[in-house]
Design a protein. Structure first.
Length: 475
């Protein structure tokens, strides 16, 4: 894909100093009103009160609480808005808060790993968006709220200045494509995979958490009817609200999800009521996991999650570690190839564990497997939720072997390949002890060799896999 022409430094030499949009207190106030009303309603339902039996006094008290909270939020928010500024120059982003106490957040441009554009529902309606600036291990910083087009422009400006070696050709410009309340994609970006509405619904309604809660609701109703003590409307509504929350969270993460290649970086766009555009920090991905829940297997779809270096500081850890919320085998291969060009998961030969391990894993002995090649270590486990975990040798930090007394008796051992803290665990239980020790000793050599290959310009910086075309990464 040809690079866009480099812009003639439009704002590159100029400092940007602004304050958030004047409607910020109103947007935050609306969000607080909705949250307060939801919490109050849920509390009433959990207390066993029937909504139809609430008196005018109860409604008046509840409404007064919500109104008072909203007024306080808007008044305080107005003062916070009036005393907030942000400044962007060639060296740093500085966010100033002068309400009551003076706080100044200084973010060096060289430390910026990614900039996410988030449009919560209330802000999305009025054309506003917030910026979440990811600076690695520390917590992300927010600038909220800005006009939507300003948020896109500042996102591109920050990325171009943070990676000034190819500024606008890699970052693109907000004016070079579409950025609206429905979509965020520039004309120079290439779509790798996308999730249909049907699959987003599958992700929401066929999740194990939702089905467990649905089963709990059905069992509760059956037991109450059998005991001639039907559940009240309030109790049923409380359970339904919890179930809706679970489904809504899954839908929001998968709805209109698209993984895009933006210059040398990857970008994920998704959202049902809130639209989120986030940078996939390619160079900080330590390991990935392809999981296939039991109910998804007949449909042939899986989910990809990642362990990201410094992921604890990301604005939304759970969503930020998802590379693909749901996709078929072809989409899984495409997403992994976008992350680690040239890598093929099925090219790694997997070895099972010995038959004597059935004394410990009689129920899933045939599922557990492990293997490695010159670039990665792969493990497989999970009877109900089948997972394939992958860590590049260059990203492994240490290897641990553990043996219990019975395992020593049977000549078995467990191994763990340690990486950064995150959702992906690369481990294998009850493999042959001799094979485990041989693997652990050899892994140190493979790690050193893989890290040496990172210096080679012809190999992928994360896995050591030879690339078809080296793409400079923005994160």
């Amino acid at each position: 894909m040809p690079s866009a022409p480099v812009a003639e430094q439009p704002a590159s030499a100029e400092a940007v100093e602004r304050r958030p949009h004047w409607a910020t207190p109103l947007v935050r106030g609306w969000m607080v009103i909705a949250a307060a009303a939801f919490i109050l309603l849920k509390q009433l339902l959990e207390d066993g009160k029937d909504l139809m039996s609430l008196s005018l006094r109860d409604l008046g008290i509840g409404g007064s609480i919500v109104v008072i909270v909203a007024i306080l939020q808007i008044v305080v928010g107005a003062f916070v808005w009036a005393t907030t500024r942000f400044h962007i120059d060639e060296e740093e982003v500085r966010i100033e808060h002068r309400f009551i106490t003076h706080e100044s957040d200084r973010l060096a441009l060289s430390k910026i790993q990614g900039v996410d554009v988030v449009q919560p529902f209330a802000a999305r309606i009025v054309g506003l968006a917030s910026l979440n600036i990811d600076v690695g291990a520390s917590s992300s910083k927010k600038i909220e709220f800005l006009k939507r087009h300003e948020a896109y422009e500042l996102r591109d400006l920050l990325i171009s200045r943070a990676h000034h070696d190819a500024a606008q050709s890699h970052a693109g410009r907000a004016g070079d494509g579409v950025g609206s309340q429905w979509w965020d994609r520039r004309r120079d970006e290439h779509e790798i995979v996308s999730v249909t509405a049907k699959r987003a619904l599958v992700a929401g309604f066929l999740s194990m958490t939702f089905l467990i809660q649905l089963l709990a609701l059905i069992v509760s109703i059956v037991i109450s009817v059998a005991n001639d003590q039907p559940l009240g409307v309030a109790a049923i509504l409380a359970l339904l609200l919890t179930m809706i929350g679970v489904v809504w969270k899954q839908l929001d993460a998968a709805w209109k999800f698209s993984l895009l290649r933006s210059g040398g970086a990857l970008k994920a766009v998704h959202g049902l009521t809130s639209l989120t555009t986030r940078t996939v920090p390619v160079r900080r991905v330590q390991a990935v996991e392809v999981s296939t829940p039991l109910l998804w297997r007949p449909l042939g779809v899986s989910r990809i999650t990642m362990t990201v270096l410094g992921g604890a500081g990301l604005s939304d850890v759970e969503q930020s570690t998802v590379l693909l919320p749901i996709g078929d085998d072809e989409q899984v291969r495409a997403a992994l190839d976008a992350l680690w060009p040239g890598f093929r998961l099925d090219s790694v030969h997997l070895n099972g564990i010995p038959k004597r391990a059935r004394w410990f894993r009689w129920f899933d002995q045939t599922v557990i497997a492990w293997g490695f090649d010159e670039e990665v270590v792969v493990t497989r486990k999970g009877l109900f939720n089948r997972t394939l975990s992958v860590v590049p040798h260059a990203r492994s930090q240490s290897v641990r072997l553990t043996q219990g007394p019975l395992q020593r008796r049977l000549g078995l051992a467990d191994f763990y390949v340690d990486t950064s803290s995150g959702p992906v665990t690369v481990s294998c239980s009850n493999l042959d002890a001799t094979a485990a020790r041989t693997f652990a000793i050899g892994q140190m050599d493979r790690t050193r060799a893989a890290r040496a290959r990172e210096l080679s310009p012809t190999e992928h910086p994360a896995t050591g896999v030879a690339t078809r075309q080296e793409l400079p990464a923005l994160s």
